[in-house]
Every structure is written in C-alpha cells, then in structure tokens.
Design a protein around this ligand. Structure first.
Ligand code: FCB
Length: 509
C-alpha cells in the first residue's frame, strides 16, 4: 500500500514538473515591448508643470565640496577611464585628460548665463524649473552658522530671475555633492562625511537656512536626489566619492538609514517654516528586467533588486521603518513615517539583471540582441513603455501625487532625433499613467543645457540645448527644444507630433 502511494505521489510530482517545464518553455524570452495603439492628441490636466531639471554641482562654478576635490585630483593625476559607470575605477573621470581644467571650474558657467538660460526656457513654454542649492556654496567652511553672503546673493539673483521669467522653482537640497569640511575629520566612531554623528544636524541647519532665505519663493521641495544611486555608487561600486567598496548590499544599510534620517530632518525643517510646502525626494526608478525570462533565479533577483533599490526607501518613508530586502535587520527611524507629500520619479529606462549563481548578479544596461532596443550615448537601454506601469504602481502603493523630476537621454547628435523621439514617447507614457488614474502633476526633462555628467565627465550630452564649452560656453538649441516647446505650449502631445515620433509596432521593425 505504502509502495502504491509512493508511486502515485512520484507520478503526480513528475506530471507537475512536466507542466511547469512546459509553461516556462512557453514564456517568451523577454516580455515584448508593446507600443500604445492610440493616435492622440494626448492632453494634460490644467496647471501641469513643464520644466527641466538640473543640479548645482553640474552647472555652477566649483565650490568647496567633495566632488570638486575629486575632480581636481583626477585632473591633476590624469585619472581617466572608460565612460561606463559600472566599469569605472574609483577616482577616475571619463575624458579627464583632454578636458581643460577650466571646464571643471566653470561647468556650464550658469553663474553668468542663468538669466539667459531661464529666459530661453520661458520663451519655450516652460512654467517650472528644478534646481538645487549648493550646500557648500552657502556653508563653505566648517563651523559657519550664518551662510556665506556671496552665496546668498547669487541664489537671490537666480530666484529673482526665475520669478521674472514665470518659472515655478522646484528646489533640491542634496544632489550628490556636500561640503568638503564634512569629510575632513572622523567622529568618535571613526565615521566620516554624511555618515558621521552630526551630519543630520548640519543638513537640518542648511535646510532651515534655505527655507528662511527662499521659502517664500517656492512651494516645491526635494530633500534628496537619488539617495540609492549615491549610496550604491559611493559605498558599493566605489566610483562616486567616498569611493568605498563595502562588498555586500547589506553593508550599505547604515548609509541608507542615515540618508533617511537626513530626509526626515529636512522634511520637518521645511514644514515648520512652510506648512503648505510640498516635500518629497527624487527617486531613481528603473525597470529591472530579468536577463532571461525563463530563469527563476534572474526573475527572483530582479525582484530583489527592485525592492532593494527602489521600493525599500519609499516604503521606509511611509512606514518609518527601513526593512532592507537585500539583507540586514530592520531599522526604525524617528520622525520618518509619512514624510513625503509626493513621490518624485527620475526615470531612465530599463536595466537587465543577470545572475551567475545565488546572490551573484550583475546589472546590464543594454542588450544589443533585444529586437528594436535603442541605447543612449551612455549605453542605457531606452524603454518608455515601462514608465506608465511604474507610475501606476507608485500611485496605487503610496496614494500620493507624482512628479517626474528627471527623464532624459544622452544624445550628442546635432539633429537629436533620438532625443525628440524619446521625449514625445515618454511624455505620452506619462499621459497614459494619468489616464490610468495616477495623479501626475509635472514633468521635468533632464536637462535644459548640456552639463557635467559626474564620472562620465563632459562627453554625455543631455541638453535640449548644446553647450559649446570651447567657445565661451555658447548655447545652441537642438531641435528637441522646439519639440518640447510644442508639448508645453499646447499642454499636450498633439496627433501630428505623435505620428512623427511614435514607436512602430514590433512587426514593422
Ligand atoms: C541622474 C542624476 C542627474 C544626472 C542624470 C543624467 O541619475 O540625478 O544628476 O546625472 O542622472
């Protein structure tokens, strides 16, 4: 009898295995990209924000921050490397040898061009502009309690120009660079920089200062830009300052927790000064796609990376508890729960997750064998079709308004057809998300003008406007500036624009 039941159980198990193998075998190699069938026009809600995004360190003249120290050293030592983030060696910058030192010192020379840049944006239908305030420009030296008067005067001029041109500011407080003095010593536990004991208090003081100075001129605030990118590239991959390679994802949990503390402190500082402010973060969102759809390990790992890189941080802000999906104990953070009024999304397409064993994986930015997949000049796979599902997912999960705080492409071509196509398709994807119930309130293209692209240096060109660095940083609009003006001016992607740039159905590839 026992023997008969064993045979029966084995037979059932065998049949289940056969069905599973058959089902997995029938899975497509990848989920196909399905372009939308609608013909347009695609109109946006009234009051929608149309703008561009930028960051102080990428456009303003050099300040006493950690990145400036890094760039000067890389330049002096000629530490140049290939321009792929994952492949860069710590302390290196793309094209650093050929790049004149002056470019690093001036970046796009926003200091003298800001009024012209903002006038250009306004003349092309923009009604908003995302910028960041340099912490090091306001507090260049340790121990300062009142901000530097030149720094204050500079931003006063910028805010006056924003107002003059009718551009609603969205203000970011931490966009990767921080004052060098924070990194010079160590605390009692031997921690440096943003990890040290008093970093949160310093950031809160900086935030209060900005709120006192400019709080009357903006409602829209972003405490941190892409905290997970900063933590992963700085403490795991070791290519951003402070160039650490801690090993396992769980070993950066302390850094992530500290960023959450900084966010909470800044949120409360802003709200205390300006109760009606809208505060959130700009979160780097990718669609993490399993390299092989049929590999269970790729699928599970892609889900884990999505949780660890995207969901955990936003969930922590909602619940007040950081529960790291990629290992390590939960951390409760005082004052964190419920500290976002909107979800800010920086969207740059899809990345693949390829495993080579349990816990061993790499992130692949583009798969040339994927039919019809385009890559940008920095090698990132373009996929606007995964934007709407991400927005709809966040809308359902967090029940908050959403803003696209960055979305852009590196395309150096003069005719920038890839950028025009990219822009129209992504904006249409935002419209789809709104149609499906997501409360998206604004779109900021990255970026108005070409700028310094961190470890990739000056080669990647993200601008609607070309910057001629060698000739007085002259600005030359690319055709995409007019395409974006058409969208912003009509508050819609009209049918003609859509017909020009829509993604062809897969059969016609
Ligand atoms: C984002 C950063 C931004 C810029 C773009 C291209 O990850 O937030 O500063 O470098 O990428």
């Amino acid at each position: 009898m026992v023997f008969v039941s064993l045979v029966f159980v084995a037979a059932v198990a065998f049949a289940v295995a056969l069905v599973a193998v058959d089902l997995i075998g029938r899975l497509p190699r990848r989920e196909p990209i399905v372009p939308p069938a609608a013909d347009g026009p695609f109109a946006f809600p009234r009051g929608f924000l149309w703008g561009t995004a930028t960051a102080d360190h990428q456009i303003e003249r050099a300040q006493a921050d950690d990145w400036t120290v890094f760039e000067r050293r890389a330049k002096a030592e000629g530490k140049q490397d290939r321009i792929r983030k994952g492949q860069m060696r710590p302390g290196h910058i793309g094209d650093v040898v050929a790049t004149p030192a002056e470019w690093f010192e001036k970046k796009t020379d926003f200091d003298t061009h800001f009024d012209d840049d903002l006038a250009l944006a306004a003349a092309h239908g923009h009604n908003a502009f995302r910028l960041s305030i340099s912490w090091a420009r306001l507090f260049p030296r340790a121990g300062m309690t009142t901000p530097d008067s030149d720094g204050v005067a500079f931003y006063e001029r910028v805010f006056a120009s924003l107002a003059k041109h009718g551009l609603q500011p969205s203000v970011t407080l931490f966009h990767f660079a921080s004052p060098q003095w924070l990194w010079d010593g160590t605390d009692a536990q031997g921690r440096r920089g943003l990890e040290s004991d008093d970093a949160v208090a310093h950031f809160a003081h900086f935030t209060r200062t900005v709120v006192d100075l400019f709080g009357a001129q903006t409602r829209h605030w972003c405490t941190l830009n892409e905290p997970m990118v900063w933590a992963v590239l700085g403490y795991l991959e070791g290519v951003f300052p402070p160039f650490q390679r801690r090993g396992l994802p769980a070993q950066i949990n302390a850094v992530v927790a500290q960023l959450l503390r900084m966010h909470a402190a800044a949120y409360h500082a802003i709200k205390r000064g300006r109760p009606d402010a809208e505060v959130g973060i700009a979160h780097h969102v990718r669609h993490f796609v399993p390299w092989r759809n049929r590999s269970l390990l790729d699928r599970i790992t892609a889900k884990g990376v999505d949780n660890g890189f995207i969901v955990d941080f936003l969930d922590a802000i909602e619940t007040g508890v950081f529960r790291p999906a990629l290992g390590g104990p939960a951390v409760e953070i005082e004052g964190l729960a419920g500290t976002q009024d909107y979800v800010g999304v920086n969207f740059y397409g899809r990345f693949y997750v390829r495993t080579s064993g349990p816990g061993k994986f790499e992130i692949v930015p583009h798969d040339p064998s994927e039919p019809g997949e385009e890559e940008s000049d920095v090698g990132w796979a373009i996929d606007e079709t995964s934007l709407a599902p991400q927005l709809v997912r966040f809308a359902a999960r967090y029940k908050k308004p959403l803003y696209i705080l960055e979305n852009g492409i590196a395309d150096a071509a003069d005719d920038d057809v890839s950028r025009q196509r990219f822009l129209v398709r992504h904006v249409q994807a935002v419209w789809q998300a709104i149609e499906q119930g997501a409360d998206v309130r604004g779109f900021f293209y990255w970026s108005l003008v070409d700028n310094f692209e961190w470890i990739e240096g000056f080669a990647p060109r993200f601008g609607l406007v070309n910057v001629d660095y060698a000739h007085g940083m002259r600005r030359r609009p690319r055709p995409s500036l007019a395409v974006y003006a058409d969208i912003a001016g009509k508050n819609a992607v009209d049918a003609a624009l859509w017909a020009r740039f829509r993604r062809p159905p897969p059969s016609s590839l």
